[in-house]
Each structure stands twice: as C-alpha cells, then as structure tokens.
Design a protein around this ligand. Structure first.
Ligand code: ATP
Ligand code: MG
Length: 453
C-alpha cells in the first residue's frame, strides 16, 4: 500500500531518478556542488564583473572625453597629430577624424556585450552626444562613433582596456574545483558502494541456488552488519537444507531394508495357496509394499539429486531434448518447441528430474503433450501442456503437497506416490524460480516453470 501510494505521489521523480545507488549518490554530491557554484557565479557576475566593467568604462570614457576636449582646443595640425599618436600609444585608443567627409549618421545604440553597454552608458553620461558602440570580435577592439559638434569621430579602443582579461580564470578555477571535488567523491563512493554491490550479488546468487563463495564483511558498519547477518542466514539455511536431505536419505535408506524383508516374507506367504482369501490379502499387501518402496526410491533419488550437485552453466534446450527423448523411448509422443541455446546455470540432475516429473504427469494424463521453452524478461519459461482432464482450480495448490493424488480413489494403479509435483516445485524454488499450474487451452494442465537467468 505505502509503496503504491508513494509511487503515485512522485511518478516523475521516480522516472527521472537513476536506479542504481551509485548514480543516486553521485547526484547527491553533484547537485549541491553545481547549485553552490551557480549561485557564486551569479553573484560574482552580477556584482564583481558588472562593477568592474563599469569602472573600466568610466576610465575609458574619461580618456576619450579628455582627448576630444584637447583636440578641440588646439588648431594646428601637428599638435593634433601628436595628441592622436600619444592617445594611440598611451591609452590604446585610436582616433580617426572624419574631417570633411560627409559624416555617417550616428544612431544611439550599442551592439555587443556587457563591456560595450557599459562604455556606451559612460560615454552618454559624460559627453551627452549621440554615441554608437560596436564590439568587433575579430579585431578584439571596441569601436565608438561619436557625433560631436565638429562632426563624427570614430574611436577604436583595445579590448583589454574594457575587459578584465583574468575573468575567465575565475570560471576555469570554478569548473576545475567542481570536477576535482566530484572526482574525489566518486572515488570514495565507489569504495563505499563496492561491498553493497557484492552483498546484492551474493544475495541474488544465493536466491537462485548458485554458489556465492566466501563473502567477507567489509565497508561501513551498517554494510558489515548486513553482510555478516546475510552470511549467518545463508549458513543456517544451507545447514537446514543439508540436515533435511541427510535425514530424508537416512530414513529412506533405513526403511528400505525392512520393506525388502516384508516383500520377501509376503512372497513366501503368497506361495502358500491353501487359503484363497489369504492369497488376495497378500496380493494387496504386496502392492502396498511396492508402492512404499517406490515412494522411498523417489525420496532417495530426490535427496541425492539436490544434495552435493554443483550448479553448471548448461543449455536448457539440450536438457529438454534429452528429457523428451527419454519419455519418447517409453512410447509417448511429445512435441518440443524451444529457443536455442538457452544458457542458464543450474543443477542439471535436479532440473532433469523436475522436468521429467512434469512431462511424466502430462504424458500420463494426456495424449497430446507440448513442451515450449523461451526467454521471457529476466527468466526462462518452460511450459508443459497436455490435453488431459486437467486439475480443478481449487486443487491446483493442493496437488503440490506431498502424497496428494487426486485420482487415487478413481484409479489407484495409475500414477505414483504423489510426490512428483512436490519435488518439481522444490527444485524450481531451489533455483530461485517457481512452478505454477494453470489451465491449458485444450482444457488440460499447463505447468509453467520459471527460472531466473
Ligand atoms: N497433467 C496432469 N493432468 C491431470 N492431473 C494431474 C496432472 N499432473 C498431476 N495431476 C494430479 O496431481 C496429482 C499429484 O501429481 P504428482 O506428480 O505430485 O504425483 P503423481 O503423479 O500422482 O505421483 P508421482 O509423480 O510421485 O509418481 C496427481 O495424482 C494427479 O491427480
Ligand atoms: Mg507425477
């Protein structure tokens, strides 16, 4: 409920947020750094650069005003030329008097960035003549055209007089610091996340019934704690499983001897044909003992199959083919459809048993049997379908319980101990998968085995 509620509340956040812990932590580091630097940059540009450009512009406009004033006061050309030359050298301002040429019209205006705007404003304040300022990026100069009473003058001002050449350094440092801080954070993050990733992988492998190897608790205290708890849990489960299989094997084994003796004794009793009533009873008893033996064989085979078998990477398609061929040798026709190859890590003996149990059932209760295997999502699905009488929906969970046989009353000689599905599901779950029953389109049983890859 809560999960669903949360998902409904922040659907967008969920979609945008990266899925792995690493990228989430990375964002947690990166976002404050970017926000902080953005804020600093904004304030810096607003205050510092703005101020700085204004002051430079005021200084330049003062020089221009001085130059224009001085030029208007002297009339001899040699002095004017000297003043212009000095301005070019000392102030880095070149002036081209337009002389008698028809003055180009000057419109109030500015074309360029912040420095151009600041210069335009400063000239306006000081001279009150119509002024245009252009930024010439190619020549790295600013050009100001001023309509004085003596005509239009064009001044070209070196860029460095209006712009702080070291401003970019500030940005270089800022971006550099951001990269440095995030890189250091990434290195630390990686180290902190490695034990968590390892734990997640181990838990996943254990869930799928694969070996996890030695897992040493490492990393932060909480991760160590979780790892230690996981190792303990995994050891306990493994111990329980092996105890259970050992006991199953022991009991089954011990029961075999008295059962065999009973069968022999019954055979002796049965050969005494004096009493026909007794003979029938002995036959029934013999059948019961045979069934018990078969059950015990199943148990033994099961405990042997699960225990000690190492998971291998195999081609499930090949395994299915073998199982189907085995059933076909007993005279049943089974249609197999499979993608190939279907590489998956599993215990081949146990899986063969699981599939054999399913196909055996299908063959026993139906006549047309279809087996289909395909990759679906992160899993492999094997579906076994028959056209038999099917299993009523209410019984579909019950048949997984040991010794449950639906048709025991109807046809006691058909079928076995009622362990086939129990064992098959046990094996499926031991591989991290599951086994479910549903109705086939033909009305029979559709058994689906899902195995995570
Ligand atoms: N394909 C099927 N069609 C109809 N009924 C089925 C099918 N598979 C299983 N069942 C029913 O489920 C019961 C349990 O099946 P399960 O495989 O566990 O035992 P079994 O086949 O009777 O004996 P065992 O497999 O141990 O030899 C069966 O007795 C049968 O009634
Ligand atoms: Mg069976």
């Amino acid at each position: 409920m809560t999960r669903r509620g949360r998902r409904a509340r922040f659907p967008l956040v969920k979609r945008i947020l990266p899925r792995t812990l690493f990228w989430r932590s990375f964002l947690i580091v990166l976002i404050p750094v970017v926000l902080l630097q953005g804020a600093v940059a904004l304030v810096f540009i607003e205050r510092h650069i703005d101020n700085y450009s204004r002051r430079l512009a005021i200084a330049v406009s003062g020089d221009i005003s001085y130059l224009l004033d001085a030029l208007s006061r002297v009339s001899d050309e040699a002095t004017q030329a000297m003043l212009i030359a000095r301005a070019r050298e000392d102030m880095e301002i070149s002036l081209q008097p337009r002389g008698d040429a028809p003055p180009a019209p000057v419109v109030h205006g500015v074309d360029g960035g912040q420095a151009a705007r600041a210069l335009h404003l400063a000239l306006q304040e000081r001279l009150r003549d119509p002024t245009e300022v252009h930024e010439r990026l190619d020549e790295a100069r600013y050009v100001a055209r001023i309509a004085t009473t003596d005509g239009v003058v064009e001044l070209s001002i070196a860029r460095k007089r209006l712009q702080n050449p070291t401003t970019y350094l500030f940005f270089v440092w800022m971006v550099g610091a951001a990269i440095l801080v995030t890189s250091i954070a990434v290195i630390f993050l990686r180290n902190q996340l490695r034990p968590i990733t390892r734990l997640a992988r181990a838990a996943e492998a254990f869930g799928k019934g694969r070996p996890i190897g030695h897992l040493k608790p490492s990393g932060a205290a909480e991760v160590r704690q979780a790892t230690a708890a996981f190792v303990e849990m995994q050891e306990r489960i493994t111990r329980q499983i092996s105890q259970r299989t050992d006991m199953l094997a022991g009991v089954s084994h011990d029961l075999r001897a008295p059962l065999t003796r009973m069968r022999l004794e019954l055979a002796l009793l049965g050969s005494n044909r004096a009493n026909p009533k007794l003979e029938a009873d002995v036959k029934a008893l013999e059948a019961d003992v045979l069934e018990m033996e078969r059950m015990i064989d199943e148990y033994l085979a099961f405990s042997r199959g699960q225990e000690g078998e190492a998971p291998l990477e195999i081609d499930l398609a090949q395994l299915l083919e073998d199982v189907v061929a085995g059933v076909a040798r007993q005279g049943a026709g089974v249609e197999l459809q499979t993608e190939r190859p279907l590489a998956v890590t599993l215990r081949p003996g146990a899986m063969k048993r699981c599939l054999t149990n399913l196909i055996d059932n299908a063959v026993r209760y139906g006549s047309a049997v279809k087996v289909a295997a395909a990759r679906r999502g992160g899993a492999i699905e094997v579906a076994v379908e028959d056209d038999g009488p099917g299993i009523p929906e209410a019984e579909r969970e019950r048949v997984f319980r040991p010794f449950v046989r639906l048709d025991a009353a109807r046809s006691p000689n058909r079928g076995g101990a009622g362990l086939g599905l129990t064992i098959a599901r046990d094996i499926a779950r031991g591989h991290g998968g599951d086994l479910t029953l549903s109705e086939a389109t033909s009305g029979g049983v559709r058994a689906v085995l899902r195995l995570p890859v």
